[in-house]
Design a protein around this ligand. Sequence first.
Ligand code: HAM
Length: 420
Amino acid sequence: MLTQAPKGTRDILPEDIAQWNYVEQKFSELCKKFGYKEIRIPVFEHTELFQRGVGDTTDIVQKEMYTFKDKGDRSITLRPEGTAGVVRSYIEHGMGSLPQPVKLFYQITAYRYENVQKGRYREFHQFGVELLGAADPSADVEVISMLALYFEQLGIKNLVLNLNSIGCPKCRSAYNEKLKAYLKEHLSSMCETCRERYERNPMRILDCKEEGCKLRIKDAPALLDHICDECRDHFSKVTTRLEAIGIPYNIDKGIVRGLDYYTKTVFEFVSKNIGTQGTVCGGGRYDGLVEACGGAPTPGIGFALGVERLLLEMQSQGIELPKAETPHIYIGAIGEKAALMCERLAWQLRRNNIFCVKDIMNRSVKAQMKYADKLGAHYALILGDNEIENNKAQLKDMRTGETKDISLDTLIDRLVKHRG
Ligand code: HAM
């Protein structure tokens, strides 16, 4: 137990950090180019925020939240996603009085008590954006296009954009009646959660993962066929604009999304490569969420992308990801005088922004060269009494095996100006 991370959590080890840094940096650069500003929200919030925001009939709230009482007897929950926290922050900090829309992005960990498998963890990472204050279909297209462009920039191909509209509260209440009428005769053979949802939130039944229930839901009426004129018009503008910029999509009437706050447009980018957990990202419009959380009526739309799934997809497509940077030079020393010179040289090089590793183990020359090689250093330089006396040392190019005599006085200059 002591030496094993809890189930569903994973260390991101030093050898993998370069790829994480790469996708993180690319994402934040892209968001900034679209005018989004970074926000950092707390890892935990009051449980009620998620009950209200995500919805207390969702799988996330009913089955997957990490909820506990803190020492002050408050019910606290580790964020299962970022939207509710961002919306809480938008309200708390009066962002409604800023020029609208407010465009935010985040890179967070999230926590869900789920069955662990490839691409599904209990602690996972999300990149997300939230666009608040814009009701126009062009806002939907903006966030979808950000994802399309991000995938393009990373060299990811063949993700399918699945799109649907799940209408507004107005069309949904009429639809709920139709859905209930359809489900009535199947209800007795469905799971307990579905039976409970039948009264409280029938649409959530469409999200059930039980095989038996899935079979019965298959032919249920689709919400897209029952949305009101306003929602239909909005959806048609979204698709027309996506076509205008050449983003292909597939209409999937089956998408309901696992969170209650959605209205109108919902979407997912799905991969065929990474197995059952193929949804790399998901999002949609949530025009009622700010109000439900205590703010003024404010439209919103956003998405979140699963970073573990993104990296799995990139690996499965054979996309080369950056590796950790290796030292430009390794400087070793044998003896006290040489150690002082080694100290000075390393200090000067580091002040000049050169990636330099120096000996701190007092190892033999052979062991130091072996270590420099293991580090992948481009150059190695070992100083001893001789070198200090003659003010000269051999700089070894570890890639070619070549050595050059260089004066210690000019070493810094050479490495800084000519890098070798
Ligand atoms: P979500 O669909 O619940 O949406 O999660 C978004 C993405 O997070 C998923 O597509 C998936 O890639 C990743 N993900 C979810 N659960 C796990 C897990 N257990 N392990 C690994 N990856 C996972 C949301 O979270 C919404 N907040 C998105 C949103 C933002 N909608 C509007 N704004």
